[in-house]
Design a protein around this ligand. Structure first.
Ligand code: 6GU
Length: 235
């Protein structure tokens, strides 16, 4: 079971996606669990404030430390092993290899696992995704973050979309989520991924655009070679 607890002010922006399609099926099959913590619940004063202006001046508001620390501590009180992920444009850029490592619970491990001891996809992993909003966050928040993740060189208004992308890319790698055999070895499941080469379905000829001959040949050896030649995620 992989669990994500999402700390956000905008649960309504995140939850519908996790209640749809493959993410929902993953929860129905007991392979993933999604939980929400409302940062507002830990806000300060009568207005439950969670942000303030930056020292030194400048535009906008920053998430302040107290509500964020309290929210994370409330989760860690129940599960001290949970790891904290912060989506931020200054994080390490996310990629398929990192998604795989997170799915295997070893994004945070320094050493490679000994040969033969992995996969252990059934193990329990709990990730807390702390979604910043507003112009940014107080830098001291970094002290409770295990991993900063960026989606690329552009800026989003908050961490919610990033959280969904991180979750989606990880959960689809959990054996059983995409409908493959439960027993799929974790190291090989992305090799079995059939999304990395061009694919076609009926009709054979659509407005003059035809399906490559080899795919109609029934020659599985040639088909495998063709797919190999045409495969690869965009670099
Ligand atoms: Cl993870 N967050 C925000 N706010 N902007 C981003 C990003 C993350 N990755 C790229 N741009």
């Amino acid at each position: 079971m992989i669990k994500f607890t999402i700390i956000t002010l905008f649960r309504e922006a995140v939850e519908p996606y996790l209640k749809s399609s493959m993410m929902w099926k993953a929860t129905e099959k007991g392979l993933a669990e999604f939980d929400f913590v409302n940062l507002r619940d830990f806000g300060l004063g009568p207005h439950k404030s969670v942000d303030d202006t930056p020292y030194g001046g400048g535009d906008g508001m920053l998430l302040r430390c107290e509500p964020v620390f309290a929210a994370v501590e409330s989760i860690k009180a129940k599960d001290p092993k949970a790891k904290v992920i912060l989506p931020t444009p200054v994080g390490e850029v996310w990629n398929q290899e990192k998604a795989k490592r997170l799915a295997e619970g070893r994004l945070f491990a320094t050493a490679e696992p000994p040969q033969g001891e992995y996969p252990q996809p059934a193990k329990d992993y709990h990730y807390i995704i702390l979604c910043p909003h507003y112009e940014g966050y107080d830098e001291r928040i970094i002290s409770i973050v295990d991993y900063k993740i960026s989606l690329g060189k552009y800026v989003l208004t908050g961490g919610e979309l990033a959280a969904l992308i991180i979750i989606d890319s990880v959960v689809r790698l959990i054996p059983g989520v995409l409908g493959g055999e439960q027993s799929a070895l974790i190291e090989s499941f992305s090799d079995g991924d059939n999304l990395e080469y061009p694919q076609y379905t009926r009709p054979e000829n659509f407005r003059g655009m035809t399906v490559p001959e080899v795919l109609l040949s029934g020659n599985h050896g040639e088909i495998a070679k063709w797919r190999e030649r045409h495969s690869g995620l965009a670099k």
